[in-house]
Design a protein around this ligand. Sequence first.
Ligand code: AP5
Ligand code: MG
Length: 215
Amino acid sequence: MTARYYIMLGAPGAGKGTQAKQISEELGLPHISSGDLFRHHLGEGTELGVLAKKFMDSGELVPDDVTIGMVQERLEQDDCSEGAILDGFPRTPAQAEAIELLADQLGGKVAKALYLDVNKALLVERLSGRWVCPDGHVYHTVYHPPKKPGICDIDGLELYQRDDDKKETVEHRITVYLEQTAPLIAYYRERGTLATVDGDQDIEQVQQSLLQEIG
Ligand code: AP5
Ligand code: MG
């Protein structure tokens, strides 16, 4: 079977991680988040994690060569043989070219870029109330509270707030997204693989819209 790569595109707080986790279960493809991979490296204290932290804390993108190498290594693992749901990658034109090439090398293709279109005021509200678990499950104090405060429903791990969800960093991350990542919307539109979904809807409605687009 040809490997299929689905790309979740959208601003910080758009809901990429929330939706990717659910789509991953629906389609039986692994959820690969570049941000989660960096945070995992940081937790393990690797050189790559320490390097990435400097960029993440300031809301800047980690350099392309480092990011592409890390994602490539992950996509070459056996559990990705049928494809993956990519969340937060690609984020620059160079990364978009890299995934085209890599998908081809791995005997697959980018099936669709799923763009979550969300109003800016909602992004800030979503990020300020976000709590995450070390395994990447995502909660929100109002929109998606855990059953037991501070504890992940799925694996019982302790939830925490991300360092880069401070208000000033969030504003900068949104600016960086608009400058460096938003041009990918046109890139995928031109290739005929873009699907735009109204990400302002509630979590379940967004999920239904995405599954319709995936078909
Ligand atoms: P990353 O971890 O990818 O962060 P991000 O893109 O800024 O996106 P977020 O994770 O903040 O948002 P999300 O869209 O996943 O939203 P979520 O589902 O959590 O990247 C972090 C950093 O790593 C970057 O700044 C960069 O430094 C580096 N990096 C990562 N990838 C890189 C790359 N490719 N190249 C270079 N550098 C890279 O939802 C947010 C909140 O809203 C949650 O609380 C959730 O419960 C809630 N929510 C979600 N959907 C809804 C809804 N429909 N209604 C109401 N609430 C909702
Ligand atoms: Mg995320």
